[in-house]
Design a protein. Structure first.
Length: 333
């Protein structure tokens, strides 16, 4: 069993845990089927009035589909078989509220699950990113799911930047992806508290509210999802080429490696992917990419907590402050 279900009868809450920590809670075909069966089972459990969904361990909530899974595809460019389409609660007609609790990484196919939760609680060391484009794949279902939760520009940037950047928990909270940020290790407890409150309210009123909220966005989502199979079939590289890119990946977003490049502007805060708000710091060396192309090098101050101001390059005054730093090296301190 790759899925654990614990029921708190007194609270009316079920805790569903992806239990493949050695695989960063990646989803294989067995886990996908277990998830679908579990959601359908919970539909009929009158003792469960709310659900918390999380991943085992602190390294990852879920990292999408297991790369060892082989999914045969039909020969038509207008059809795609995607086993993850069936793993979410709404895909299985479960309208009891689901709260997601995220510790560590949530990336790629994790958004099939996060996209069907009512809201997300994350610890401050949680990170979110979408690696599809890096490995020659179209981010379709994932981007569509996140477009229901994030501003357009944030979704586009995350989907297009691939493994080069991660969104930290504080940033995710600022843009509305995450509703609450906790201390590391505290996401599940906070999610259970919220789910317990909701489970204490009249069931019909709660589920009617869930349906009303989803109805507000369902038309646009349904139309967008209908376009996804053709976009994926036409835009994805072949499996062999994807495998080559994945096997040759370098640090910058996936598999617990170094975080993606830090990018910032004068007068704004720098996002420190992977260590946002976690009490960790990065010793970062950058090179100026201002419009004058001076190429000056600088050691950026170590990040502690959420962010730190970006230093000014000597060429900045001539540019009215318009310079940008490209990270050339970074190490955890």
């Amino acid at each position: 069993m790759a899925l654990l279900i614990e029921r708190e009868a007194a609270e009316g809450v079920a805790l569903v845990t992806l239990d493949r920590p050695d695989k960063l809670n990646a989803i294989d075909l067995e886990t996908a089927e277990e998830l679908a069966e579990s959601w359908r089972e919970l539909r009929y459990d009158v003792g469960v009035r709310a659900v918390v969904l999380t991943g085992s361990g602190t390294r990852a909530f879920c990292t999408g589909i297991d790369r060892g899974v082989s999914v045969p595809q039909p020969p038509s460019p207008y059809a795609v078989d995607d086993p993850l389409l069936r793993i979410g609660p709404k895909a299985n007609d479960l309208w009891k509220p689901v709260v997601a609790a995220v510790e560590g990484m949530a990336c790629g196919g994790a958004f099939y699950l996060l996209g069907e939760a009512e809201f997300i609680v994350a610890s401050r060391d949680a990170t979110f990113f979408d690696p599809h484009t890096t490995y020659g794949m179209v981010s379709a279902y994932e981007a569509i799911a996140m477009a229901q939760r994030m501003p357009f520009g944030e979704v586009a940037r995350m989907a297009l930047m691939g493994t080069a950047e991660r969104i930290g928990a504080a940033r995710a909270h600022a843009i509305g992806l995450v509703s609450e940020v906790t201390e590391p290790g505290g996401a599940v407890a906070a999610a259970l508290r919220a789910a317990g409150v909701i489970a204490g309210y009249p069931t019909d009123a709660v589920q009617g509210t869930v349906r009303a909220v989803w109805a507000a966005q369902e038309a646009a989502r349904t139309q967008a999802m209908a376009q996804a199979p053709a976009l994926i079939a036409l835009g994805n590289l072949g499996p062999e080429r994807q495998a080559e890119l994945f096997a040759g990946r370098r640090g910058g977003g996936g598999g617990g490696r170094s975080p993606g490049a830090v990018r910032g502007w004068p007068g704004r805060a720098v996002r420190w992917p992977g260590a946002v708000g976690a009490g960790l710091g990065w010793a970062v060396t950058g090179r100026c990419r201002g419009r004058l192309g001076c190429g000056a090098r600088v050691s950026l101050p170590r990040a502690r907590g959420l962010c730190t101001p970006e230093p000014r390059c000597p060429c900045a005054p001539a540019l009215s402050g318009q310079s940008s730093w490209a990270v050339t090296s970074q190490r955890l301190t």
